[in-house]
Design a protein around this ligand. Structure first.
Ligand code: ADP
Length: 445
């Protein structure tokens, strides 16, 4: 998917006319009002295709034998945003095949003028065209009625009407990992983004919630800095990027250059809504990029997601390790388990033009990660391991700037392979945790 298409969407935008966050996600009612306004003028099916259909589904006679095969083929076409088959979402309105094998498929968008219509049209044409016996494909794009849209929303919410944080439910199988650091600039967001991308690579479903009110650099690192979430009824759609579902506090600002100055209850409400009102779907992992330090967000998330676990990022510097340790201790005070420590910017490897060997420089000193891991183990009473040491790598910086995670852009880079093996460790761990949750092993950590 191109960068341009990330910032566009089939869903009505959540914050188009907003002066700030409050109206972007302030309440389900407002999002719903907004949706109703957008759709008020389109209560019935409206065709946005160039030619009008002359044949209604009501007049169809016996089903052509290719229709079930076409429907089966359409099960492989996902809505670009929700990433579920369009057949499951009620978006396939009609399928018709004539005597010559020419197929006509009518697909319903949620709103007319949808910029993702080209993607859908292309994917549907390809899927139907691949069915043996189909000689031509004609895709008509229509628009859902209000009732159809409400039904879709109910489907996505699984009949759940009240805001509820799905990840806080005892039966949730999503592993929530909050990435914390003592101070800014240690690479917490870079680790979050690359780790998420590495976790998502083999088809796992991974979301990122960027809760860093100061930095919110995750969207830029994924090439979606200008993307804004959109809403269907009172539900907000995360922005898809690099096989991840992304929601950022920064996306709720009308403009990139605005400062997020929320504190206390407003901030708390923002976090609740980013967890409860966003359609995350079934995730294997949700990574949360916390703000640096031990402030409001960490406390608030600790209360909302007591089963979340925490990964602490530090640099090798002694000064950084002291504050990182505080962040880990704080997580534990909120009853969150600390999974381990990641030391970033551990060393710089330089190929020597004279001797041809690779020299290693400890630019930020040594030992910070080990110190934090030891200190947390002593304080918390269980083993907190140093899970990874990521080298200083100009490519990691450059890939962040260009909006493509290094593990995707250049997986052979040393920093990328360390991040990949960090992801592997977390996956192994989560498999054994899942076993415990399912009662396959004794419970408890
Ligand atoms: P934080 O989220 O802790 O504030 P960032 O992830 O935004 O930190 O990183 C700060 C800067 O350092 C960014 O420009 C990022 O690209 C760069 N950076 C992070 N880790 C590394 C690394 N291992 N090597 C080189 N640059 C890095």
């Amino acid at each position: 998917m191109t960068r341009a298409s990330h910032s566009q969407s089939c869903w009505p935008r959540a914050s188009e006319e907003d002066s700030g966050f409050q109206s972007a996600i302030r309440s389900g009612a407002s999002a719903s009002e907004q949706s109703n306004q957008i759709w008020a003028s389109s209560p019935r099916l409206e065709y946005v295709h160039d030619h009008e259909s002359s044949q209604s589904s009501a007049t169809s006679t016996a089903e052509h034998p290719l229709v079930p095969e076409i429907r089966q083929a359409l099960r492989r076409v996902d809505d670009p945003e929700i990433r579920r088959p369009i057949t499951d979402l009620g978006m396939v309105d009609d399928i018709d095949v004539d005597a010559e094998g020419r197929a006509r498929v009518r697909v319903l968008l949620t709103v007319s003028g949808c910029p993702m219509r080209d993607t859908l049209q292309r994917d549907v044409t390809a899927a139907v065209g691949a069915v043996a016996g189909v000689t031509a494909v004609d895709v008509e794009l229509g628009v859902m009625s209000d009732d159809q849209r409400v039904a879709l929303r109910e489907l996505l919410k699984g009949g759940q009407r009240d805001p509820e944080i799905p990840f806080a439910r005892p039966d949730s199988l999503t592993q929530v990992i909050a990435v914390a650091s003592g101070k800014g600039g240690v690479g917490k967001s870079s680790v979050t983004v690359n780790l998420a991308r590495a976790l998502a690579a083999p088809g796992r479903k991974v979301g990122i919630l960027d809760a860093d009110i100061y930095g919110h650099s995750v969207p830029a690192m994924l090439g979606i800095a200008d993307a804004r979430p959109t809403a269907v009824e009172d539900m907000i759609m995360p922005v898809p990027a690099h096989d991840l579902k992304v929601m950022s506090i920064g996306m709720l600002k009308p403009r990139r250059d605005q400062v997020v100055a929320w504190r206390g209850p407003i901030l708390d409400r923002a976090l609740t809504q980013m967890l409860a009102d966003v359609y995350w779907g079934d995730l294997d992992f949700l990574l949360i990029d916390l703000p640096p330090g031990t402030g409001d967000v960490a406390i608030s998330l600790g209360q909302k997601l007591p089963n979340a676990e925490v990964l602490v990022v530090t640099t090798p510097q002694a000064a950084a390790s002291e504050v990182a340790e505080r962040a880990g201790t704080m997580a534990s005070m909120m009853n969150q388990h600390v999974i381990g420590v990641v030391e970033n910017m551990s060393h710089l490897m330089v190929s020597c033009p004279d001797c041809g060997k690779v020299h290693t420089y400890d630019v930020f000193g040594t030992g910070g990660g080990t110190l934090v891991a030891q200190a947390l183990s002593t304080r918390l009473g269980y083993t907190v391991s140093l899970l990874a040491q990521i080298p200083l790598d100009p490519q990691l910086r450059a890939s962040g700037d260009s909006g493509v995670p290094l593990v995707e852009a250049d997986p052979q880079q040393p920093a990328a392979s360390v991040l990949k093996s960090l992801a592997d460790q977390l996956v192994k761990r989560s498999v054994s945790l899942l076993g415990k949750q399912l009662g396959l092993a004794p419970a408890g950590r």
